[in-house]
Design a protein around this ligand. Structure first.
Ligand SMILES: *Cc1c(COP(=O)(O)O)cnc(C)c1O
Length: 448
């Protein structure tokens, strides 16, 4: 069955409305077909089949309208079917759909790279290359860092998530489900301890000294091409490193001819209340990877970096058939227009204030909440046995399932699966957010 209510976007009624069980009978029918034809390895968190989405809601085939606290994993920051994205995509589809930038180029690709030079941290000359997915961007950042430095080793951190391709699986920390059985993995990837204030109690400079000791003693700066870090951990649990951690790493990298690569695939494009999370401490990375929020839901990713580093790669060394597809570029330009025109970075900070107030209230009432943390519209609670740091993934799963059954799309994350995370579209209304967190509060009461 095809979509019946094809008109999504911000004009969709902004309500939570359940007219069937979740999933409803039509979704269950589609789910049966999914089981027959889609590989079991491709999971779904909340199996309602979508017909329309926009603002802060997702509408399913059964006519249920759910509040979206996931944004398709931090992708639809400008809202689903955002007007400028839809307009640009329609115009581009009418004109042409693909030529391959490496065969016959088009302006949209260059426009996106020009915007990235302007929006990413730092005032230096920058260039970009465009790809299809975040993992592909991370792979290419490593390729560029290796050529530019003439060194091989790559440092990553505990709890890191960088993707599911072979090199990025090696860089990702968590075994199940991302790596299990998929090895052997790429070599020359080394892991250092991340700043994790709840669990290590270290200040930023102390945590950085601990990480740098590993890099110095176990890898050696003369072997190390780059340090790749998420400035706020994404899949690893929305851990915000203690302040001073990133600046100390930046300083060490500069002093040792090691490139600092910020993986801003989840944090970038206004999600954390700034254009990039590195902006928060004034850290300027050498290379930045972007994807998720940058193109309003179309597949697009980028590596942006110092011009001389980006240009170290031989002609033809970077690319791919679809990288920087013209429709995805048009969508990105629309998404950037929405972010700038509506000051969505400021909106992310407002969302943080509202969500933090609601989560702190929950934490005061439920000792299972070990920590409320996050930045901007990227907030989470880590759940542990009361008074300890022993993870409680069962409670996170139960609370999330309650939310799903009551019409709120929520996600969990973290190395132990015990982090309840919230990634609303930046276009969601305060009213819907308050209603969604009423449901989250009920979920904690009901699962106590
Ligand atoms: C999602 C994500 C990736 C991988 O992006 P894909 O588009 O799924 O390949 C890499 N790094 C971070 C920080 C992410 O959140």
């Amino acid at each position: 069955m095809t979509s019946t209510s094809s008109s999504g976007g911000p004009s969709l009624p902004q309500v939570r409305r359940l007219v069937t069980d979740i999933p409803g009978p039509l979704s269950v029918k589609h789910l049966e077909r999914k089981k027959s034809f889609v590989a079991d390895g491709v999971g779904t968190a909340l199996p309602v089949f979508v017909t329309a989405a926009g603002g802060g809601v997702i509408v399913d085939v059964d006519g249920n309208s759910l509040i979206d606290l996931g944004s398709g994993i931090a992708v639809t920051s400008v809202g689903n079917a955002a007007p400028a994205v839809v307009r640009n995509v329609h115009a581009q589809v009418d004109a042409f759909t693909h030529t391959c930038f490496m065969v016959t180029p088009y302006e949209g690709y260059v426009d996106v790279c020009e915007a990235l030079a302007r929006l990413t941290p730092g005032e230096h000359a920058k260039k970009s290359a465009l790809f299809n997915s975040g993992a592909e961007a991370v792979e290419n950042a490593v390729k560029i860092a290796r050529v530019a430095t003439g060194k091989d080793a790559v440092a990553v951190f505990d709890h890191a998530y960088h993707g599911r391709t072979n090199l990025t699986m090696a860089m990702t920390s968590k075994n199940m489900p991302y790596k299990h059985g998929f090895g052997p993995f790429a070599g020359e990837v080394y892991r250092a301890p991340m700043s994790y204030p709840l669990r290590d109690g270290l200040s930023g400079p102390e945590a950085a000294a601990r990480a740098i000791d590993v890099l110095d003693k176990q890898v050696g700066a003369t072997n190390l091409a780059c340090v790749v870090i998420e400035p706020v951990l994404g899949e690893g649990g929305f851990v915000v490193p203690a302040s001073g951690f990133l600046p100390a790493l930046r300083e060490w990298c500069t002093a040792n001819d090691v490139l600092l690569v910020a993986d801003e695939i989840q944090t970038g494009f206004c999600r954390t209340g700034a254009w990039f999370a590195c902006d928060d401490e004034g850290v300027v990375p050498d290379l930045v990877t972007s994807a998720k929020g940058m193109a309003g839901g179309l597949p697009l990713a980028a590596v942006t970096g110092r011009a001389e580093l980006m240009d170290a790669v031989h002609a033809g060394g970077l690319g791919g058939t679809y990288g920087g597809n013209p429709i995805a570029c048009a969508a990105a330009l629309g998404a950037i227009e929405e972010m700038e025109g509506n000051d969505l970075a400021a909106r992310a900070r407002e969302i943080e204030a509202l969500v933090r107030r609601r989560l702190e209230a929950l934490a005061a009432e439920h000792p299972v909440v070990a920590e409320v943390r996050g930045r901007g519209a990227m907030m989470a609670m880590e759940l542990c046995a009361p008074g300890t740091t022993t993870p409680d993934p069962a409670r996170a799963a139960a609370a999330s399932a309650y939310c799903h059954a009551h019409g709120v799309v929520t996600l969990t994350c973290g190395t132990w699966g015990n982090v309840f995370r919230f990634l609303p579209p930046l276009t969601i209304s305060d009213e819907l957010l308050e209603e969604a967190f009423d449901v989250v509060a009920e979920a904690f009461a009901a699962t106590a």
